[in-house]
Write a protein that binds this ligand. Structure first.
Ligand code: SUG
Length: 458
């Protein structure tokens, strides 16, 4: 039976804005309070999905979460007779909490979960753990709702196991697939899992960044590998160099990307440097039965600062039909001279597996530190598992057209921080999401839909 890697991209939500919420994420801080363009953001994301599908890759979509999250505002004590009153009170008393409850950050679905395909787990089911995203308030409040979304889509318990997000707070800080890479000779064959962490929570003397937070802990990585039933011989754990976290590499996918038998990484990505990568390469090679193709980017050619600016490593690495690889890169790579020169050299060199680079304009997401790879969650699925998905999430031209028209009908052109206090935005977002659940056949997914149906029943 055929097995495919399906890219589940996040549909950008109607409240997309720049709030400067992510200390350690250079773009998020730099663009704080500048006006955002939700319609353009959603269309840029859809265009990427559409073109990847046309290139022959399996593409799916994950819905946005309900934002502003009135239920969270109520949870934090902002009571009110109506939801609009809750928003108004939060805007007056604690605007920073309203802003966190309004972020469209669920669009970066690389952070939605960590997935272990059925070929790799002890019980032969596909396992998913939604990320707890404990490091940041606006992201931590995603976990419960993402869990609900994944349970709708991966609903068949005979095939899929959706675990709850890890408890335990920041010591179990987990940012999902942004810090995880699966290697395999072919998608359907048994794989090898690389987990990358920023610090060891239970060992305070171990190396850690000094300036910015390390969001992912080793303990969280180990817990996920255990829960998903991955044999220990098929897992490796590497630590990020704390210096790169302090330079703005808040997730491993800002400094390395791997797929199948290929790893593209920056020389300074990992603690232990080249020796650590060589050991990894040997272990992976013998586990998947084929040597790992390493593409190292030297610091002398591309500095970490340029890598962070251009988001070279946040490209999607995909198989090219001729046996090499293709990169789906942000436009910013073409505009950063050191990165553009590296890519040109690599494509021209027949000894390097890189055959082609396709550039995409994802500027709206990039201005919050989200590149092509942040916007997608990779799920390796057999054909029967694809057929068992519990919603209309697999993208075809018809769904892409419908989603584009839906965005054009509902999304604002511009959104500023001040607009988040406008209760009208809540109404608009709910109207849009209500229609979306119909389009994607998700049923009554969102809290406001369930509240409305329980009111009409009583
Ligand atoms: O968690 N930005 C996200 C970007 C996530 C990128 N994902 C991966 N690298 N996989 C974050 O820092 C900024 C929101 C704001 O400032 O408004 C934000 O949340």
């Amino acid at each position: 039976m055929k097995t495919l890697e399906v890219n589940f991209d996040g549909l950008v939500g109607p409240t997309h804005n720049y709030a400067g919420l992510s200390l350690g994420n250079v773009a998020s801080l730099a663009n704080m309070a500048s006006p955002a363009h939700p319609r353009k953001a959603a269309l840029q994301g859809l265009q990427k999905m559409r073109l990847l599908r046309r290139m022959g890759y399996a593409q799916a979509v994950l819905p946005p979460l309900e934002r502003p999250a009135v239920s969270w505002l109520r949870h934090f004590g902002f009571s009110g007779a109506t939801d609009a009153a809750v928003i108004t009170r939060a805007a007056r008393e604690a605007p920073s909490i309203l802003v966190a409850a309004s972020s469209a950050s669920a669009m970066w679905t690389a952070n939605a979960a960590t997935v272990t395909p059925s070929a790799d787990s002890a019980d032969g089911r596909l396992h998913l753990t939604p990320a707890n995203l404990a490091a940041k308030l606006h992201r931590a409040i995603e976990a419960e709702e993402t869990d609900a979304v994944l349970r709708r889509i991966f609903a068949d318990p005979a095939r899929f196991a959706v675990h709850p997000p890890l408890g335990g707070g920041i010591a179990m800080g987990d940012e999902g697939a942004a810090n995880h890479t699966r290697f395999a000779a072919e998608y359907g064959q048994r794989g090898f899992h690389l987990f990358v962490y920023g610090r060891v929570a239970q060992s305070p003397s171990s190396p850690a960044p000094g300036r910015f937070p390390a969001r992912q802990t080793r303990e969280a990585c180990e817990a996920i590998a255990r829960r998903h039933g991955i044999p220990p011989a098929r897992v490796a754990f590497l630590q990020q160099d704390p210096a790169v976290i302090d330079a703005g590499v808040f997730h491993n996918d800002v400094i390395a990307v791997g797929d199948l038998d290929t790893l593209l990484y920056h020389e300074q990505a990992f603690l232990g440097g080249r020796a650590a990568v060589e050991t990894l390469s040997e272990t992976v090679g013998s586990a998947i039965g084929r040597p790992l193709r390493l593409m190292e980017v030297a610091a002398a050619e591309v500095s970490v600062a340029d890598a962070v600016k251009a988001y070279l490593f946040n490209s999607q690495l995909l198989p090219h039909p001729d046996g090499g690889v293709r990169l789906i890169a942000p436009e910013e790579c073409r505009e950063t001279p050191s990165v553009a020169a590296w890519l040109d050299r690599a494509v021209a060199d027949s000894a390097v597996a890189l055959r082609e680079v396709c550039y995409f304009d994802l500027r709206e997401s990039m201005r919050n530190g989200g590149g092509p790879a942040c916007l997608r969650q990779r799920v390796v699925l057999r054909e029967d598992e694809i057929a068992a998905l519990g919603a209309r999430v697999l993208l075809d031209e018809a769904l892409a057209d419908e989603l584009e028209a839906w965005v054009n009908r509902h999304y604002r052109e511009t959104l500023t921080a001040a607009d988040l206090a406008d209760p009208q935005l809540l109404e608009e977002s709910r109207r849009a999401l209500d229609e979306l659940t119909g389009l994607l056949r998700l049923g009554s997914l969102y809290g406001f839909q369930r509240d409305a149906s329980s009111q009409s029943e009583s």
